[in-house]
Design a protein around this ligand. Structure first.
Ligand code: PGA
Length: 257
């Protein structure tokens, strides 16, 4: 049985694409057609600079606020960084941690990612630990080992009691921004493996961890992805910038119990 704490989550990741003006323009088109529903949750992951403005516009609209990154210390001499304490002040509920673009372009490694996961938990922000294999790891039959390593290192020191504040996003790197989403069956298979790994680490407390799928999610594949009971939601990049497309994703069918 699916844990009732695993309400499906649609999480938009606008990446470095929204100025405040563009975020407002997006919401001007999105909000009038959006109605919250009890069987799903929506959160918007916008750049740091847009968090306050977006937070203001979505207040009491049944939409959560997410950050795309978080630093591992709460304060101190870390010029340019943004801490969990600062995000908490902005009423941020979720923070992406270890997105593959940060691993690739900013040199984030599993140790840094682990510290970020723990910083988020300490500040009552739900970390979304992003994991995923490259095309060549997959071709070499190393996808599962890669994911297991990323989980093991990324969650070091996280206790079973903390697990209910945690989410994992499975984002195969070959599927991000390519238009080549994993098939619903392949994604479900990987989610099953990830859940087994979480069960091994956290025991029964793992039951509340939501595992999202990310990578070329669009209006045309959302229903098939969400029809897989192993998929507890999605992380949506490009399609989350298009108000009508994103609305259709949020309105995935059929509704879940
Ligand atoms: P995409 O990005 O939906 O544009 O593939 C997903 C992500 O990187 O989170």
């Amino acid at each position: 049985m699916v844990d009732p704490a695993r309400t499906p989550l649609i999480l938009g990741n606008s990446k470095m694409n929204l100025t405040i003006a563009r975020a407002i323009a997006f919401l001007d088109r999105f909000l009038p057609s959006f109605t919250p529903a009890a069987d799903r949750e929506l959160a918007l992951g916008v750049p740091f600079t847009a968090l306050a403005a977006v937070g203001e516009l979505i207040r009491d609209r049944g939409i959560g606020l997410a950050a795309q990154n978080i630093f591992w210390e709460d304060e101190g001499p870390y010029t340019g960084e943004i801490s969990g304490r600062m995000l908490d002040e902005l009423k941020v509920s979720y923070a992406l941690v270890g997105h593959s673009e940060r691993r690739t372009h900013m040199g984030e490694n599993d140790r840094m990612i682990n510290r970020k996961v723990r910083a988020a938990l300490r500040n009552r922000i739900r970390p979304v630990l992003c994991i995923g294999e490259t095309e060549s790891q997959r071709a070499a039959g190393r996808a599962e080992t890669t994911l297991r390593d990323q989980i093991g290192r990324g969650l070091e020191g996280v206790t079973p009691a903390e697990a209910n504040g945690l989410l994992v996003a499975y984002e195969p790197i070959w599927a991000i921004g390519t238009g080549q989403a994993a098939s619903p069956q392949d994604a479900a298979g990987m989610h099953t493996m990830i859940r087994a790994e979480l069960d091994r680490r956290f025991g029964s407390d793992a039951g509340s961890v939501r595992i999202l799928y990310g990578g070329s999610v669009v209006a045309g594949n959302i229903d098939a992805l969400m029809a897989q009971p192993e998929i507890d939601g999605v992380l949506v990049g490009g399609a989350s910038l298009l108000p009508e497309e994103f609305l259709r994703i949020v309105e995935f069918l059929p509704a879940r119990q």
